[in-house]
Write a protein that binds this ligand. Structure first.
Ligand SMILES: NC(=O)c1ccc[n+]([C@@H]2O[C@H](COP(=O)([O-])OP(=O)(O)OC[C@H]3O[C@@H](n4cnc5c(N)ncnc54)[C@H](O)[C@@H]3O)[C@@H](O)[C@H]2O)c1
Ligand SMILES: [Zn+2]
Length: 369
């Protein structure tokens, strides 16, 4: 994190080449110049979804054209349901029809669905072309655009077909958050709280103190929070780029979170499910004597106001069936990332702990009750 702020910069170490995440209000104005500087072919596939294209991507495409860059604006229907091989094939066909060659570049303008999908298009098009990410949701800014994972969902599960493909550059322009629907704001910020919960208590506290400015998408307060959160995730990714071990700590809240999401048939959004998952996993840790008492209350006080959890309900038996297929389950017991306290993750056994099913069942009922 640099001194002059805003904008701020975080360099993410990637084995191919390190890349920079720039965060600040209005920085997407610098995109045409960046593309002209780094792109010999001056040809771009700008990929966006049906919500973000009219709000932002069309204007960004025009600004690139004004700088003599040839832009094919390709859009798809907004929503997770579009993150599929089918949309991937439509987009890659459109790029072929537009005559885009190996010297072209993919620019993704949108939320995590767009950055994952466009990133996978870039990873595979002509065996890989560069990507520039312009994330437009909190979730995409603090999480999806950092770490190089790209991919699509298939019938067997989310994100099961994909590739590691680090971007050349990430421009997180916090003015673009102004149009983000309110329900998406709180849910996306949950992942930033997660970074604080596992790694940095001060980040966690500052998010809590800045909650109303963050929910109203104040571009300067948002930039500071996003920059801190990206730096935390970047440090984890740098230590374990291809997910051998340490990177699992980013799954805090996600083992229970995924079971809640799946058992609700995705009625409960990802952010809300992860928030409940973080609470539940803190309770698990407390019961096992790994997590210091009171941690779950601290998480609850911070997270409940972010997500509308009234009226959320799931069938606990059904959720437990999803738990058994969790990829981290090595035996009958599920494995969980647990905290020591807010800001500190427990090293456990390879960063996870085995938790008896009966305890998971008890805690799931309590959290959802
Ligand atoms: N690659 C990774 O490491 C990683 C990490 C976390 C999540 N993800 C993925 O991210 C996806 C979720 O991301 P998301 O929550 O951003 O979903 P999303 O891309 O579907 O965006 C959520 C909604 O907000 C809209 N939107 C986004 N930005 C907007 C803006 N500025 N103004 C108006 N509307 C806007 C979108 O059109 C969509 O309707 C999931 O598919 C998840 O798997 C990937
Ligand atoms: Zn998540």
């Amino acid at each position: 994190v640099t001194e002059s702020f805003p904008p701020g910069r975080v360099v993410v170490g990637a084995s191919g080449a390190p890349y920079t995440v720039v965060v600040g209000p209005g920085i997407v104005g610098g995109l045409p110049e960046e593309l002209a500087r780094t792109l010999p072919g001056r040809r771009v596939a700008l990929i966006s979804d049906s919500h973000v294209a009219p709000l932002h991507a069309e204007r960004i495409a025009d600004s690139c054209r004004a700088a003599d860059i040839d832009v094919a604006l390709l859009t798809f229907e907004a929503g997770e349901a579009s993150k599929t091989r089918k949309t991937w094939s439509i987009l890659t066909d459109q790029m072929l029809e537009a005559g885009l060659g190996r010297d072209s570049c993919v620019v993704a303008v949108g939320g995590g669905v767009t950055t994952d999908l466009a990133g996978f298009v870039a990873a595979t098009y002509m065996r890989g072309v560069p990507t520039v990410l312009v994330p437009t949701s909190y979730l995409a800014m603090v999480d999806a655009s950092v770490g190089g994972k790209t991919g699509v969902d298939v019938r067997a599960g989310k994100n099961l077909v994909g590739a590691f493909h680090a971007p050349e550059l990430v421009l997180a322009d916090t003015e673009l958050l102004a149009t983000l629907p309110h329900s998406e704001r709180g849910q996306g910020l949950v992942e930033a709280y997660k970074h604080g919960a596992i790694l940095d208590e001060e980040h966690f506290q500052r998010l809590k103190e800045g909650r109303s400015e963050l929910l109203s998408a104040d571009p300067v307060v948002a930039a500071r929070a996003i920059l801190e959160s990206v730096a935390l995730k970047a440090a984890v990714v740098a230590r374990d780029e291809f997910e051998g071990g340490y990177r699992q700590i980013l799954n805090f809240g996600h083992t229970l979170g995924h079971t809640i999401e799946a058992a609700s048939e995705y009625e409960v959004g990802h952010g809300a499910a992860v928030a409940l998952g973080m609470l539940g996993e803190a309770v698990l840790g407390e019961r096992l004597g790994v997590t210091s008492p009171g941690t779950s209350e601290t998480l609850e006080a911070a997270l409940r106001p972010l997500i509308g959890t009234s009226g959320l309900s799931i069938d606990v038996d059904r959720a437990l069936r999803y738990l058994s297929v969790d990829k981290k389950a090595r035996s009958g017991d599920a494995r969980f990332v647990l905290l020591e306290r807010v800001g500190h993750v427990s090293p456990g056994d390879g960063w996870t702990h085995a938790v008896p099913r009966s305890l998971v069942e008890e805690v799931l009922s309590e959290v959802m009750g």
